[in-house]
Each structure stands twice: as structure tokens, then as C-alpha cells.
Design a protein around this ligand. Structure first.
Ligand SMILES: [Zn+2]
Ligand SMILES: [Zn+2]
Length: 344
């Protein structure tokens, strides 16, 4: 099969022929129809993820068709259209037993713990736990965008932050996960303040329902700007980028008793202003993907047109465009979502 391969961290990847993957007894191989580019692919390519072994194939946001099924798989057949959460759970640890597959103790992640979906085919583990059926009316491009950023944002806004109508929600960083969070929070009835360095990203945020925008290239104190726009601070603030600066700005944006949700992945520990956390009784929450069993309510809102993940996709490109796009992700986290089509 054709796949995007890198031999060394931070060195150009290339598209080449590699052996097809084979399914584990509990797994499947999926023919990839669409696969999204995410900032965590860039982190992996840069060498920030200790779980990766070289040479490596990135890619973890995918939709496609089941091509091959392991002997122990019960619920899936060749020809089924599917997507997966980026955290593939084991189905048998204590976290999985509690329904918290998104923090599974023995999780695998395509594109990190094994070869990913920037390829014609990808192997996925524990298919009966992790696969999600994709109905005919949802395109593969849109379905691919659900597996990482959209689902992560959905869980962050609805399950972790429990955003209520009328609340102020600040979103720091308007790449794929941030724009998803803006859309989901606005649909939940919140008033959203979007924060980003890029005017193009802020334009997209407005289209996704942001009521206010803070151009971080024009102010040195985005937290103060959010507090002023919201009459004393947001009820909920998300760091959707994942950096020391955006994490601190998110915590600094909150009013008393506000909730910070860390959504953007952090390659290493960053300082959190705990003096503010204790003095204002803030809550600090993490959000790490979403379990497959939690997808149906989100898919219902997508089907009903309340949520429009299709609006976030700004480019669909052939797989040959992936190496350059991967390298460019660091310089510009980007506005909107780029999706590759390995079949083209
Ligand atoms: Zn991702
Ligand atoms: Zn588990």
C-alpha cells in the first residue's frame, strides 16, 4: 500500500510503498477513505511522543470501510463504514469497565502506538470496543473529523465543563479543536469568546458562532481582554491549543468559581497559576478524547444539522500533499481542518 512514512523525527516524510497491515485477532484493517491532519501528528513527527517507534506512519483521525476482520471480532464485517476515537481502548481494564474508555490503561492510538492512517489501510485494535458505524448521509471527510478534535471538544464542552445556556465560554486557540469547541458551546446556548493570533481563524470562529473575538496579535494580555468582554471573566475557559501561554491565559480568563478545561495536548508539564485556582475556587479539568459509546448523542446533533463539522474542513488533498502539510503544521497551527484522501 501507499503510505506517508518518516524515518527520523523532524525530517521530511515521504509517500512510498510499504507492506499492508494485518488485523490482530480482536482487530480490523480499514481501507482509509479520509484522514485528518492534527497538531498532535506534528508533535509526533517532531519527536515529542515517546510511544512512537521509527520508521513511522502518522494519522489518527480517519473514516473508511472495513476491509479485513480478525477471527475474534463479532460486530463488524467487511464493507462496514466506520470511524474510531483516537484513543482505542482495550475493553477490559478498570477504566474501560467504568465506561471511561477515553483514559483506558492499555489504550492504543493509531499514528502513535502503531502505524497510523496516512495510508491506504490502517489496523485498528479491539474493534468491538472502538469502531463507530458511519451512516450513509455522513461523508467520510466529515466522519474523519469527528474522531479526534470534534469528539474531544464535544466531551470537553458537554461532559467535562457542563456548559449551560447563557454562560460565557472562552476558547483559546482556534485550530480544529478550538473551532469545534466554539461551535459546540454556541450550539449549547453559551456566549463564546474566541481567542487566536490569526484573523483567518477568528473569521472562522465567528462563522462557528463566536459572539466576541480577541485578536491575540494585538494585545499582550488576552486574559484581561476576555475578563473585560465578559463582565468579570468567563464561566468556562478552554485551552484548545496546548501551550504554557494559552493554559495560563485560559485560567486567567475565568471568573470566580470558573472551570478551566485543558483540551490541547501538552508535550510536557506547564505551570498553572494555582494561586488564582485556590483564591477564586476554580476547577481545573482535563479532556482526553471521547469513548466510542458516547458518540451517538453527538452524531444525532450532526445528523440534525445542529452541529456542522463539515464547515470546519477547509482543504481536502491527496495523500501526496501530506508530508509538506505535516511539516507546515508547526509554523502555522492553521485555521480549519485539512483532510487527506488516500484513495486519490
Ligand atoms: Zn488529533
Ligand atoms: Zn481499557
Amino acid at each position: 500500500m501507499r503510505a506517508v512514512v518518516f524515518e527520523q523525527y523532524a525530517q521530511p516524510a515521504e509517500v512510498r510503498n510499504v507492506p499492508d497491515p494485518v488485523p490482530a485477532p480482536h482487530g480490523v484493517v480499514v481501507r482509509v477513505e479520509a484522514t485528518g491532519l492534527c497538531r498532535s501528528d506534528w508533535h509526533g513527527w517532531m519527536g515529542h511522543d515517546p510511544g512512537i517507534t521509527l520508521p513511522h506512519i502518522p494519522g489518527h483521525e480517519l473514516a473508511g470501510v472495513v476491509a479485513e476482520v480478525g477471527a475474534d471480532v463479532r460486530n463488524w464485517r467487511p464493507g462496514d463504514r466506520v470511524t474510531v476515537p483516537f484513543v482505542c481502548a482495550c475493553g477490559s481494564c478498570a477504566s474501560c469497565a467504568a465506561g471511561d474508555q477515553q483514559v483506558c490503561e492499555r489504550q492504543t492510538q493509531p499514528g502513535f502506538t502503531h502505524r497510523g492512517s496516512f495510508a491506504e489501510f490502517v489496523a485498528l485494535d479491539h474493534a468491538d470496543v472502538n469502531l463507530i458505524a458511519v451512516s450513509e448521509e455522513l461523508s467520510s471527510v466529515t466522519a474523519a473529523s469527528l474522531g479526534c478534535r470534534f469528539a474531544t471538544a464535544f466531551r470537553a464542552v458537554t461532559a467535562q465543563a457542563r456548559v449551560a445556556p447563557g454562560e460565557w465560554v472562552a476558547v483559546h486557540g482556534c485550530g480544529g479543536v478550538g473551532l469545534s469547541a466554539v461551535m459546540i458551546a454556541a450550539a449549547a446556548g453559551a456566549r463564546v469568546v474566541a481567542v487566536d493570533l490569526s484573523p483567518a481563524a477568528l473569521d472562522l470562529a465567528r462563522k462557528c458562532g463566536a459572539a466576541e473575538c480577541v485578536d491575540a496579535s494585538r494585545t499582550t494580555d488576552t486574559a484581561a481582554a476576555v475578563r473585560e468582554l465578559t463582565g468579570g471573566g468567563a464561566h468556562v475557559s478552554l485551552d484548545a491549543l496546548g501551550s504554557a501561554e494559552t493554559c495560563a491565559a485560559s485560567v486567567g480568563s475565568l471568573r470566580r468559581r470558573g472551570r478551566h478545561v485543558q483540551v490541547g495536548l501538552l508535550p510536557q508539564a506547564v505551570p498553572v497559576p494555582m494561586d488564582r485556582v485556590v483564591a477564586l475556587e476554580l476547577a481545573v479539568l482535563g479532556s482526553h478524547g471521547m469513548a466510542a459509546h458516547a458518540y451517538p448523542p453527538m452524531l444525532d446533533l450532526v445528523r440534525a444539522g445542529v452541529l456542522r463539522p463539515d464547515l470546519l474542513t477547509t482543504a481536502t488533498l491527496p495523500l501526496d500533499a501530506a508530508p509538506a502539510a505535516l511539516a507546515a503544521m508547526g509554523a502555522a497551527p492553521g485555521s480549519g481542518v485539512t483532510v487527506f484522501l488516500p484513495g486519490t
